[in-house]
Design a protein around this ligand. Structure first.
Ligand SMILES: [Zn+2]
Length: 95
């Protein structure tokens, strides 16, 4: 394990720590939403992604290949979501 990996893992958040932010963005509970990593094809729930804090944003990485799946940055005026690392995100409709 190199030094960069050590630093990243020190910054790692529990998935539950990001659940509140995801709820704020999507308006629904996201941790059980299915998603697929665009890099390696790993499918799983959003709550299984590895969450890291980095600057003002949160990075959610694939647990298998550690590529970035979702990147979320909050500013006072907006929330910026970069989802290029995800093949899809499936959100349950509110009933
Ligand atoms: Zn992956």
């Amino acid at each position: 394990m190199d030094e960069m990996t050590d630093i990243n893992h020190e910054l790692m958040l529990d998935a539950n720590a990001t659940a509140g932010l995801l709820y704020e963005i999507f308006g629904i509970e996201m941790t059980a939403s299915p998603t697929e990593c665009a890099s390696c094809g790993q499918e799983g729930e959003v709550g299984e992604l590895l969450a890291f804090t980095q600057g003002p944003g949160i990075i959610l990485r694939c647990k298998t290949c550690e590529n970035v799946v979702l990147r979320i940055v909050q500013t006072p005026d907006e929330i910026i979501l970069d989802a290029r690392g995800a093949v899809y995100l499936r959100l349950a409709r509110k009933t």
